[in-house]
Design a protein around this ligand. Structure first.
Ligand code: SF4
Length: 70
Protein backbone atom coordinates (compact mmCIF):
# COMPACT_ATOMS: atom_id res chain seq x y z
CA UNK A 1 0.00 0.00 0.00
CA UNK A 2 1.52 3.34 -0.96
CA UNK A 3 2.46 5.61 1.86
CA UNK A 4 1.18 9.14 1.60
CA UNK A 5 3.78 11.88 1.85
CA UNK A 6 3.41 14.33 4.68
CA UNK A 7 2.04 17.65 3.53
CA UNK A 8 4.81 20.08 2.69
CA UNK A 9 5.34 23.25 4.61
CA UNK A 10 4.20 24.41 7.99
CA UNK A 11 0.68 24.65 9.39
CA UNK A 12 0.55 27.84 11.43
CA UNK A 13 -2.93 27.12 12.75
CA UNK A 14 -4.45 30.28 11.30
CA UNK A 15 -7.94 29.54 10.02
CA UNK A 16 -9.18 31.02 6.77
CA UNK A 17 -10.89 34.28 7.59
CA UNK A 18 -8.80 35.07 10.68
CA UNK A 19 -7.39 38.25 9.24
CA UNK A 20 -6.08 39.55 12.56
CA UNK A 21 -3.91 36.47 13.08
CA UNK A 22 -2.69 36.41 9.48
CA UNK A 23 -1.76 40.09 9.66
CA UNK A 24 0.02 39.70 13.00
CA UNK A 25 1.98 36.69 11.76
CA UNK A 26 3.08 38.46 8.58
CA UNK A 27 4.07 41.58 10.54
CA UNK A 28 6.72 39.62 12.41
CA UNK A 29 7.73 37.32 9.56
CA UNK A 30 10.94 38.21 7.70
CA UNK A 31 9.93 35.86 4.90
CA UNK A 32 6.82 37.77 3.87
CA UNK A 33 6.81 38.21 0.10
CA UNK A 34 3.76 39.75 -1.54
CA UNK A 35 1.97 37.53 -4.02
CA UNK A 36 0.60 38.85 -7.30
CA UNK A 37 -2.13 41.26 -6.36
CA UNK A 38 -4.83 39.26 -8.12
CA UNK A 39 -4.05 36.41 -5.69
CA UNK A 40 -4.55 38.57 -2.60
CA UNK A 41 -7.23 37.43 -0.16
CA UNK A 42 -6.94 40.17 2.47
CA UNK A 43 -7.36 43.93 2.44
CA UNK A 44 -4.26 44.33 4.61
CA UNK A 45 -1.28 44.27 2.23
CA UNK A 46 1.04 42.52 4.69
CA UNK A 47 -0.84 39.34 5.56
CA UNK A 48 -0.11 35.66 5.24
CA UNK A 49 -3.23 35.55 3.09
CA UNK A 50 -1.41 37.75 0.53
CA UNK A 51 1.97 36.04 0.75
CA UNK A 52 3.60 34.22 -2.10
CA UNK A 53 4.51 31.33 0.25
CA UNK A 54 1.02 30.41 1.46
CA UNK A 55 -0.72 27.44 -0.05
CA UNK A 56 -4.40 27.14 0.71
CA UNK A 57 -5.87 24.10 2.40
CA UNK A 58 -9.60 23.57 2.94
CA UNK A 59 -9.58 25.18 6.39
CA UNK A 60 -6.39 27.18 6.44
CA UNK A 61 -3.06 27.41 4.61
CA UNK A 62 0.43 26.02 4.88
CA UNK A 63 3.56 28.14 4.70
CA UNK A 64 6.11 26.95 2.18
CA UNK A 65 8.72 29.63 2.85
CA UNK A 66 12.26 28.28 2.35
CA UNK A 67 13.10 29.42 5.86
CA UNK A 68 10.31 28.43 8.18
CA UNK A 69 8.77 31.36 10.02
CA UNK A 70 9.10 31.76 13.77
S1 SF4 B 1 6.37 33.38 4.77
FE1 SF4 B 1 4.73 32.12 5.67
S2 SF4 B 1 4.46 32.88 7.77
FE2 SF4 B 1 5.63 34.41 6.61
S3 SF4 B 1 4.09 35.84 5.87
FE3 SF4 B 1 4.40 34.31 4.26
S4 SF4 B 1 2.85 32.71 4.62
FE4 SF4 B 1 3.01 33.98 6.48
Amino acid sequence: MPRSDPAPGLDLGIPRGDHAAATAQAARCPGFTPDDEDEWAADEARSCFNCRWRRWTPASFRCLAPTPPT
